[in-house]
Design a protein around this ligand. Structure first.
Ligand code: NAD
Length: 492
């Protein structure tokens, strides 16, 4: 029997897709086919957008304090089903249960922050800008927002956007990754059954690039929020902008992490390896290039190699597992190809994670932690996002040299420094061209009440995800200048 085809959620109803093309969603640890993602038809994309557009006027008129009541409800459901959803993330993505719980926690934190929208979207008012004249700034929603998300955080990334978009009075069409669509389908089922949002306020339409493009081009879509790889983010940005839409597009990364000789060995090694190998390296805030400064090379390289070799790899639902499989056979092959390319370029394979197996899970896409030492500056490994459990090692004589290397990377998502010296940390924070900085932190992921601030080739747009940036993105300002003279007052 073939696995279930995921339905679309349009206008408050679960609707089977009429698609002719599908993608199998595979548990990357067991090889089991979990579901099939339909590549929805243009008519289905249109139906989802039309439903969102029809729902917009009444939703916009619903007071913000009433709109956020649905978010409180959503939070309660996600808290209650926390374990079920976390397990679903593991099953379709492959990360460990602890990582899945962390991801879902961050999703819920974004709901928490978005419940503050009645305050966050307040405008302002100036009385008597001239005699008898007042000026008011009001925030109004933009309309229908399309949200397009990647495979690696199936629950969290939709929640970087959706709670803010609806709380500010917009309606939404969500297109999640065709590779990991079951988690959000489960969440939407819970929302449908228990939250009771008015039909059309949130719609989910499944598919791949063509469905995303259909949303970006649709004349009734006013704003596009995108997260994915840089080549796609760049295209989404220019296409949406050319269509006259608001757009925020977060892209890929190549995050440098600098270790100074005075860094604390125990915490640094633990935190650095967690950053490189957490989520099997499949996260945009994974450290990818580790740069030792001066004597740190001698001190840290053997410790990092040992930690990489000792990492427990297996099925994310099993006890004690520290790293899961790669999301797909194609991704695994791509990462292995990059490891070979690194060696061809002159790096030394200090730890080789290829050819890994996990007993009982022979059909899984396994790759163990890998280290390429002596990555040449400016080559493929220096410039390419690997998105897998591969640490590139480089060595710099001074902090100055390490900062120069960090700034030569085309991406600017995150950069971290490990040191006991405050002035080195300040210098790094001040000069490094990246939007998220860690000081003795390996994954500098902003909490939901801060913006997620990628720079350079990691971000296309102006306003980032989360909190006030999201409020600005999903609202447009209207300024009203009013004249009411006292002399005009009449008795009625
Ligand atoms: P991807 O670019 O392949 O896909 C992302 C989304 O874009 C998916 O929904 C996909 O269906 C859609 N898509 C594919 N082709 C498209 C097209 N031509 N036009 C419009 N949409 C299209 O990315 P992925 O492999 O799913 O995710 C991994 C990437 O996402 C990595 O590069 C990672 O760094 C990045 N990412 C970035 C952040 C961030 O905050 N900067 C966060 C998570 C992931």
């Amino acid at each position: 029997m073939s696995a279930r085809v995921l339905p679309n959620y349009i206008n408050g109803q679960w609707v089977p897709s009429q698609a002719h093309e599908f993608k199998e969603v595979i548990n990357p640890a067991t090889g089991e086919v979990l579901a099939r993602t339909p590549f929805s038809t243009p008519a289905e994309v249109d139906a989802a957008v039309q439903a969102a557009a029809r729902a917009f006027p009444a939703w916009r008129e619903t007071p913000a304090v009433a709109r956020v009541q649905y978010l409180f409800q959503m939070k309660q459901v996600l808290e209650r089903e926390f374990e079920t959803i976390s397990r679903q993330i593991v099953i379709e993505h492959g990360k460990t249960l602890k990582e899945a719980r962390g991801e879902l926690r961050r999703a819920i934190e974004n709901i928490d922050v978005a419940t503050g929208i009645p305050t966050l979207m307040q405008g302002y008012f100036s009385e008597d800008i001239a005699r008898g004249i007042d000026e008011i700034m009001i925030r109004q929603p933009v309309g229908v927002a399309a949200i397009i998300t990647p495979f690696n955080f199936p629950a969290m990334i939709p929640f970087w956007f959706m709670p803010y978009a609806i709380a500010t009075g917009n309606t939404v069409v969500l297109k999640v990754s065709e590779r990991t669509p079951t988690t959000m389908t489960l969440i939407m089922e819970l929302i449908h059954d228990e939250v009771g949002l008015p039909p059309g306020v949130v719609n989910l339409v499944h598919g791949a690039g063509e469905v995303a493009v259909g949303l970006i081009d649709h004349p009734l879509v006013a704003a596009v929020s995108f997260v994915g790889s840089t080549p796609v983010a760049r295209k989404v940005y220019s296409r949406a902008a050319a269509n006259g839409k608001r757009v925020q597009a977060q892209g890929g990364a190549k995050n440098p992490l600098v270790i100074m000789p005075d860094a604390d060995p125990e915490t640094t090694v633990r935190v650095v390896t967690d950053s490189v190998y957490g989520n099997a390296g499949q996260r945009c805030l994974a450290a990818s290039l580790v740069i030792t400064v001066g004597e740190a090379r001698e001190k840290f390289v053997p410790l990092l190699a040992q930690a990489a070799r000792e990492r427990v790899v297996g099925y994310g639902l099993d006890e004690g597992v520290q790293m899961g499989p790669i999301v797909s056979a194609e991704s695994k092959a791509r990462i292995e190809g990059l490891i070979e390319e690194g060696v061809r370029e002159g790096a030394t394979l200090l730890v080789d994670g290829r050819g890994a197996t996990v007993a009982g899970y022979e059909r899984g896409f396994w790759l163990r932690p890998t280290i390429l030492d002596g990555v040449p500056e400016g080559g493929t490994i220096f410039n390419t996002e690997i998105f897998g459990p591969v640490m590139g090692l480089m060595h710099a004589a001074t902090l100055d040299e390490a900062i120069r290397l960090a700034n030569r990377i085309q991406y600017g998502n995150m950069a971290c420094i490990f040191t006991a010296n405050g002035s080195a940390a300040r210098e790094f924070r001040y000069r490094v061209q990246a939007g998220n900085i860690g000081v003795n932190i390996g994954v500098a992921a902003p909490m939901a009440f801060f913006p997620f601030s990628g720079w350079k080739q990691s971000f296309f747009g102006d306003l980032h995800a989360q909190n006030r940036h999201a409020v600005e993105f999903y609202t447009q300002t209207k300024v009203v200048v009013e004249r009411w003279f006292k002399e005009w007052t009449r008795e009625f």
